[in-house]
Design a protein around this ligand. Structure first.
Ligand SMILES: *Cc1c(COP(=O)(O)O)cnc(C)c1O
Length: 440
């Protein structure tokens, strides 16, 4: 099979996600035959450095021997059984371990298969929990400007990224949108404290007035991913937690992107020293191997459903919920975190990488270079309206996979990336800023 043949067959048979298919008449589709570590290989053995962890899911590289071995063993033992009325060791082990790792006391794991489903579950659970407690009027959600929580019809209601939402606006039940903390020029890696306080004040006003109709606030802790790796100060999260408690509004933390070490701690909420009522996890949970998501809930939420009446139960179901292979992959991922002291190792790694990135941070066309954990992001000053597409192509030509969002370029590499590989990401981004930056 050649690259050309693979691409032709794919374009004929597959409707690719997040894609205007006609754009592939001139825009490359990249056929991948195999992966190893931080690299992807096409059908002619040309390789690409995976600078975005394959849409933010990969943690320990492609085709990891330990995860492969765990999956092989699980496949030979139990590939799947339904989780309604049945249970199995990988789901139980994973639920127990997530409970132990997560902030606060989130002891009840509800499994699904992807991030958007986790959002749906958290929203339904929050609403139903209030209804079960005799507060059915609490049925609205508060979300942040620029927030992204997935693209199913329910999740779009709390997602504020125009390109994903506008076409479906008539189908979507809109949430109450509050401001995201503005960056205010204070030299803090998260963005300023003043922006955090002002945004928390705006949230306070909404909750004070409308808490009677609000079931939950949903946030991406510390970093909004899909709207361009926007950071905010942990003080915002601390205040949001306080306000939610005061006004009897549940706090849903969507750590689908930020979870599993991406922001430097196992979960981003830890940096604000808060615990949500509901925690959504997915993406890195299986190290990028299999679709899996999980909503962890507090005792208080869980207990609102515990009853003799079936209608008061949380009846949401997915056929593959708690799939043993996916749960086993997730357990293998947690094993790696423990065995290799990944959080501490990443901290050392990130500090070295930050110094390697200094020439980029000071490039004449680069603005707002920022870094948190294993995320690096910056804006390119450019007059090029097709910047994101052209930067993607330019990187591919160098054998690097980057996928800018608007004028934001980011690195979100697998944690196994080495110094030489990181330097290549930096060199690639320098070339992008050199060639596409500026007003020409
Ligand atoms: C990716 C993402 C989702 C949606 O996850 P999918 O698996 O793509 O449905 C939700 N929330 C956040 C913060 C995400 O980054």
């Amino acid at each position: 099979m050649t690259n050309r043949e693979m691409v032709a067959r794919s374009l004929a048979a597959i409707w690719h996600p997040c894609t205007q298919m006609k754009a592939h008449e001139r825009f490359p589709l990249v056929p991948i035959a195999r992966g190893e570590g931080a690299w992807l290989y096409d059908f002619e053995d040309r390789r690409y450095l995976d600078g975005v962890s394959s849409w933010w899911v990969n943690l320990f590289g492609h085709a990891h021997p330990a995860i492969n071995a765990a999956l092989g063993e699980q496949a030979a033992t139990l590939e799947h059984v339904m989780l309604a009325g049945f249970t199995h060791a990988p789901a139980v082990e994973l639920a127990e371990r997530l409970h132990a790792l997560a902030p606060g006391a989130l002891g009840h794991a509800f499994f699904a298969s992807d991030g958007a489903s986790a959002t749906e579950i958290a929203l339904k659970m929050a609403f139903h929990h209030w209804a079960n407690r005799g507060r059915p009027a609490k049925k609205r959600f508060v979300s942040l400007a620029g927030g992204y929580h997935g693209e199913t019809a329910g999740a779009l209601g709390v997602t504020d990224v125009a390109i994903f939402r506008d076409a479906y606006a008539p189908l979507v039940r809109e949430s109450i949108v509050v401001p995201f903390p503005a960056r205010d020029g204070e030299d803090h890696r998260f963005g300023g404290m003043r922006g955090a306080i002002a945004a928390a004040d705006a949230l306070a006003a909404v909750l004070a007035e409308r808490h009677g109709e609000i079931a939950a606030l949903i946030v991406e802790p510390l970093v909004q991913g899909a709207s361009g790796m926007r950071f905010c100060h942990p003080e915002y999260l601390r205040r949001a937690r306080e306000l939610c408690t005061r006004h009897e509004v549940l706090l849903i933390a969507d750590e689908i992107m930020t979870g599993f070490g991406r922001t430097g701690t196992m979960f981003a909420c830890e940096q604000a020293r808060i615990a949500p009522d509901l925690l959504c996890l997915s993406k890195g949970i299986t190290g990028g191997y299999l679709p899996l998501s999980c909503v962890l809930s507090s005792d208080a939420v869980y207990e609102a459903f515990y009853d003799d009446d079936v209608a008061r139960a949380f009846l949401h179901s997915h056929s593959y919920t708690g799939n043993p292979l996916a749960c086993r992959a997730a357990c293998a991922v947690l094993d790696i975190f423990e065995r290799e002291g990944v959080i501490a190792a990443n901290e050392r790694k990130a500090a070295r990488f930050l110094s390697l990135a200094q020439p980029l941070a000071h490039h004449r066309h680069v603005r707002d270079f920022r870094h948190l954990g294993m995320i690096w992001a910056f804006e390119v000053e450019t007059a090029d309206r097709a910047f994101a597409a052209r930067a993607f192509e330019l990187a591919l030509a160098r054998g690097v996979l980057l996928r800018p969002i608007g004028r934001t370029v980011y690195f979100l590499p697998p944690y196994v990336i080495g110094e030489a590989e990181f330097s290549e990401l930096v060199a690639c981004a320098m070339e992008i800023a050199d060639r596409l930056g500026g007003s020409a």
